[in-house]
Design a protein around this ligand. Structure first.
Ligand code: ARG
Length: 587
């Protein structure tokens, strides 16, 4: 049982021994560590319902707790708060029992959930850009947190691979290379397996095609026709479209690999096309779809705030099926195939209305009876001028640019000697990639999801303050302490720590507090809580490192401090994993 639960058990027993109900003992980590490690505020509501003096009730319970050598001090403070200090001996001996397991003391619930995660959301033929960093990094972390808690997860990248952009590309290509077999209606042979263009070509072609459509109504009309033909199964267009997807996906995968972000499913919006067509027929037949100015809509009622939600448009007046319709059919597919308890969408906060409509639509058509649908939004990445982040030349930064900017900032710090002083030039090149990407990810994850944050490559790769490199440094230091002393890094049932300084005590308490942070991070889908925990753990470790020398001390002290270092590294690595941070061996 983890520390908090052990204390809860003891406090419950004390309430009951005094003849009180223990329904509401309210035990938690103390927010006044100077007067106790944990506190119970349960005497206050209890006194209220019994019409008694809270301090007197608290005093009786405290007296019971004082008889237990688990606590070195129990005091009653303020109007009736019970503050408990755990004995140093207890803190130093429960290490293995509590922490030496895959979840470091976090007790998984008996009935794990199945969680479907939709994050990433890249679009075929468009380079990943600054707007794709957050969904990838936050989604990956939330997935790992769910897994840690024991949930089964299924992740889908939900590629934007359907609809108008595809028609635009086909039309642009038709004008540029009309002789390709894909455009020859009489062609019956196999189409070439190699694409007649590169992923880069597509990325440059797309904005041009999009402009053509804006300036030239004929082009726009042809693009519309071509989209329709593609969706209806035109053989040549489908073959072309497969090239678009294959090229884009292999590029996208490379970038996600660099970020250590992965998906179980690489499905796209196109994946539900057939299902969507059937869904539309069904909803037409049962009267759910309503004709409105030529379009077909589902009225979805009121928004959370009480205002009417705009109706969900399933089919536009020109016959095109819409983004929201695709999302609705995708929910149906996910429910049929995976029976999730929840679907989480890690998508820009500016799509909040879209998801509100889709979720309301899903409820209306009976898809969400036993399903929690959650839009996990996030804010934007700004430059130091607090406006949306731009490249030096003023363009929209690609994801590649962000990764490279962070990596070269990390390399710069290695070259200037701020970090990596003992590394060879080759190591610097290699390790700056790991440090740069981890720094980039941490700078994102440490912020509350919904808040905007400022991207400052110099700051985020700094070794001081709340940064990725600060944490990595602490972990590298733990490892090197153990290596230098030839300490065994396996956890063993005989491991104990003898507390001799406040720094050791604080570090131990931090290790035992992990379940609380994991639970909060999970409940609120909030990786920043883990980021915060890992930062504080690193601070506590650094304090311990400075206050508690290992070399030159007696054998018992040495063993004790190495043990504490070993457990700290064990916990820190797991938390770094939850954030998706890679830790270099040295830096
Ligand atoms: N591709 C979309 C975009 O670029 C994001 C997709 C988000 N996921 C979803 N199920 N709608 O805006």
């Amino acid at each position: 049982m983890n520390l908090l639960n052990q204390i809860k058990e003891k406090v419950t027993a004390a309430y009951q021994a005094c003849g009180f109900s223990a329904d509401n003992i309210l035990v938690r980590l103390s927010d006044r560590p100077d007067i106790g490690d944990y506190q119970s505020n349960g005497a206050l509501p209890l006194a209220k319902s019994l019409h008694q003096n809270p301090r007197m009730i608290a005093e009786q319970i405290a007296e019971k707790l004082r008889q237990d050598s688990f606590f070195s001090k129990v005091s009653v403070d303020g109007p009736g708060f019970i503050n408990m200090t755990i004995s140093d001996t207890v803190l130093g001996t429960i290490l293995f029992d509590i922490l030496a397991n895959p979840t470091c003391g976090y007790e998984r619930p008996d009935s794990p959930k199945t969680i479907f995660l939709d994050y990433g959301g890249p679009n075929v033929a468009k380079a990943l850009h600054v707007g794709h960093l957050r969904p990838a990094v936050i989604g990956e972390s939330i997935k790992r947190i769910c897994q840690f808690v024991g949930d089964k997860t299924i992740s889908d990248v939900h590629l934007g691979d359907w609809g108008k952009p595809m028609g635009l590309l086909i039309t642009e290509l038709q004008d540029r290379q009309p002789d390709l077999p894909y455009f020859d209606a009489s062609y019956t042979g196999d189409y070439p397996s190699e694409a007649p263009f590169t992923a880069k070509d597509l990325e440059t072609m797309y904005p041009i095609a999009s402009n053509h459509a804006k300036e030239d109504p004929t082009f726009a009309e042809r693009a519309h026709e071509n989209t329709k033909l593609l969706q209806d199964g035109h053989r040549g267009y489908r073959a072309l479209w497969h090239h678009f997807i294959n090229l884009s996906v292999s590029d996208i995968k490379k970038l996600y690999d660099e970020l250590d972000v992965s998906f179980d499913l690489w499905r796209g919006e196109s994946h539900v096309h057939e299902r969507l067509m059937k869904m539309i027929d069904r909803l037409r037949a049962d009267g759910t779809l309503i004709k409105d100015q030529g379009a077909e809509i589902i009225p979805v009622g009121k928004a959370k705030g009480g205002n009417d939600l705009p109706p969900l448009i399933m089919v536009k007046s020109d016959g095109a099926v819409m983004y929201a319709a695709t999302d609705l059919a995708t929910i149906e597919e996910r429910v049929d195939e995976f029976h999730p308890d929840a679907i989480l969408y890690v998508v820009d906060a500016r799509q909040a209305l879209h998801f509100e409509q889709v979720f309301a639509g899903a409820k209306k058509i009976g898809l969400a009876d036993n399903l929690s649908l959650e839009h996990l939004g996030f804010g934007t990445i700004n430059g130091t001028d607090n406006k949306p982040y731009k490249t030096r030349s003023g363009g929209i930064p690609t994801l590649r640019y962000l990764i490279d900017t962070a990596t070269s900032a990390a390399l710069g710090k290695m070259e200037s000697g701020e970090m990596g002083r003992d590394l060879t030039p080759d190591e610097k090149t290699k390790i700056s990639k790991i440090v740069g990407v981890s720094a980039l990810k941490f700078a994102d994850l440490m912020n509350e999801r919904m808040k905007n944050y400022v991207f400052d490559e110099d700051k985020l790769t700094g070794t001081e303050g709340k940064t990725g490199p600060y944490l990595l440094y602490a972990m590298v230091r733990m490892k090197s302490v153990l290596d230098k002393m030839n300490a065994d890094s396996d956890l063993s049932a005989t491991d104990t720590v003898t507390i001799t300084t406040p720094a050791e005590r604080q570090l131990l308490l931090r290790l035992y507090a992990l379940p609380d942070s994991v639970q909060t991070a999970y409940d609120n889908r909030a990786p920043h809580v883990i980021a915060d925990y890992l930062f504080k753990l690193s601070q506590d470790f650094n304090l311990f490192y400075h206050d508690c020398p290992i070399k030159g001390t007696d054998e018992v002290t040495q063993k004790s401090r190495l043990t504490l270092t070993k457990y700290t590294l064990f916990v820190a690595k797991k938390m770094a994993y939850l954030l998706g941070l890679q830790v270099p061996d040295k830096m």
